[in-house]
Every structure is written in C-alpha cells, then in structure tokens.
Design a protein around this ligand. Structure first.
Ligand SMILES: Cc1cc2nc3c(=O)[nH]c(=O)nc-3n(C[C@H](O)[C@H](O)[C@H](O)COP(=O)(O)OP(=O)(O)OC[C@H]3O[C@@H](n4cnc5c(N)ncnc54)[C@H](O)[C@@H]3O)c2cc1C
Length: 210
C-alpha cells in the first residue's frame, strides 16, 4: 500500500511552497519591524493568489473555487505555516461557515468573500472564554426586528483588515439531555456597524528581534 502523497498533492505543496518563498518571505522583515502589512503588499498577495486559482481553495467548486479536499487543504496550510501569518492571511481562506449563508447573505457575504472582494474574520474568543467557549459573556437580545449586542472579543486574526466579522454571541439557553446550555449564535456584523469598534491588537515581537 502506498501512503505517500499523490503527484497532484506534491504539486499543490510545491506550488504553495514556492509562493511562500517568493511572495511572503521577502516582506517578513518589514512586517516584523512595523507590525503592519502595507496595503500594496496585501493587495499584491491577494491578486497573485487569485491568479493562481488558490484564493478560497477551501471552498467548493459550486461557488467557483478550487474545492480542495481536507488532505489537500492541510498541505496548503502546512506550506503557508512556513511563513508569516500576518502576510499569508491574504492568501485568502475565508471561514467555511460562510457556506451556511442563506438568502441575501449569499451575495452580501459568501460570494464577495470567496471572490476576494470582502474579507472576513471570525470572533469567538473572549478574555475570559477561550477553550471554555460557553463561558462567553458577549450576549445579544432581540429588539424589534433587530438585535442589541453587548460584549467584546480578543485574539481575532485579521480583524484589522476585515470588512465583516462572523461573531459568536450568546442568545439564550437550550435545554439539553445534560441540562441547560448556553445557546450560541453566529452573527454577520459589517465593519462600520454603529457601536462596533475594532481596537489595535497585541504587539508581539519575534525572537530574532529581541
Ligand atoms: C495566533 C492566534 C490566532 C487566533 N485567532 C483567533 C480568531 O481568529 N478568532 C478567535 O475567536 N480566536 C482566535 N484565537 C484564540 C484561540 O482560539 C484561543 O487562544 C484558544 O481558544 C484558547 O483560549 P485561551 O487563549 O483563552 O486559553 P485557555 O482556554 O485559557 O487555555 C489555556 C491553557 O489551559 C489549557 N486548558 C484549558 N481548559 C482546560 C481543561 N478543561 N483541562 C485541561 N487544560 C485546559 C489549554 O489547553 C491551554 O494550554 C487565536 C489565538 C492565537 C494564538
């Protein structure tokens, strides 16, 4: 039995490896020094990923993407993991939960995200709720046809570049065989929504700069 990678998988890995070497590595020192990814660099990485046909490669062909299976996508992530996360963020891999979009959400969030027109981020973690996600304090209550949300999140990758955020929020309680459990609902929140602010992230310094 053959347990190695197929020729196609080797090609996927080599393609992404070469992308990281050519398009990510040259900018890493600048990003480490400044703590920011300049717009022209992020747009260039995004465009080259789109040209290569790898943008949103974790999404299926039914929405115009490469539709990689889990194994192939893991190879993509393995190779991207050799480079800066701040930069390889623009080798867009939108959150798969966007496939759950319905009705007008499809044209407003899912399709622009997989075409690289709008960037998403996913906000689940809070200062007091990481592994124990049901410990979250961020809560929403219905208000007419709307929802009013109170709370904050942290450690959100790509929040500074996101056009919209998929925010996980407590919306009540469900009775389960193991007793009452906090109900958690995913909300799509546009950047610019009144009362919604994105603050600067934590400063981190690589060991090579210490
Ligand atoms: C680079 C980076 C990017 C991230 N991006 C995002 C993002 O985009 N969106 C988002 O929502 N979050 C993001 N996170 C947050 C991440 O999901 C959380 O850090 C993670 O869920 C762990 O939560 P915590 O940091 O609060 O650690 P804690 O939950 O406090 O855990 C701390 C330690 O305690 C251990 N531990 C916890 N509970 C138990 C237990 N019951 N028994 C034994 N050991 C336990 C853990 O294994 C861990 O070692 C990111 C984090 C990092 C580092």
């Amino acid at each position: 039995m053959q347990y190695g990678l197929t020729d196609e998988q080797e090609m996927i890995a080599r393609t992404v490896q070469s992308f990281v070497e050519k398009e990510i590595y040259p900018h890493e020192a600048l990003v480490e020094r400044t703590g920011e990814v300049p717009t022209e660099i992020s747009q260039e990485i995004k465009k080259k990923t789109l040209d290569l046909g790898f943008y949103a490669c974790n999404f299926p062909e039914s929405v115009g993407c490469a539709g990689l299976n889990h194994m192939d996508f893991a190879l993509v992530e393995r190779e991207l993991g050799r480079g800066s996360m701040a930069l390889n963020h623009f080798f867009g891999r939108p959150q798969n939960i966007l496939m759950a979009c319905e009705g007008e959400q499809i044209e407003r969030y899912l399709m622009p995200a997989v075409r690289g027109e709008r960037m998403d981020a996913l906000a689940m973690t809070e200062p007091g709720a990481g592994s124990d996600i049901r410990g979250m304090k961020c809560a929403a209550v219905p208000d007419g046809g709307d929802w009013v949300v109170n709370g904050s999140k942290h450690f959100i990758s790509g929040a500074d570049h996101a056009d919209f955020i998929i925010v996980f929020i407590a919306t009540g309680e469900d009775q389960t065989p193991k007793g009452p459990k906090k109900r958690i609902t995913a909300f799509l929140v546009d950047r610019g929504t009144p009362g919604f602010t994105i603050r600067d992230g934590y400063k981190s310094v690589s060991r090579s700069l210490l």
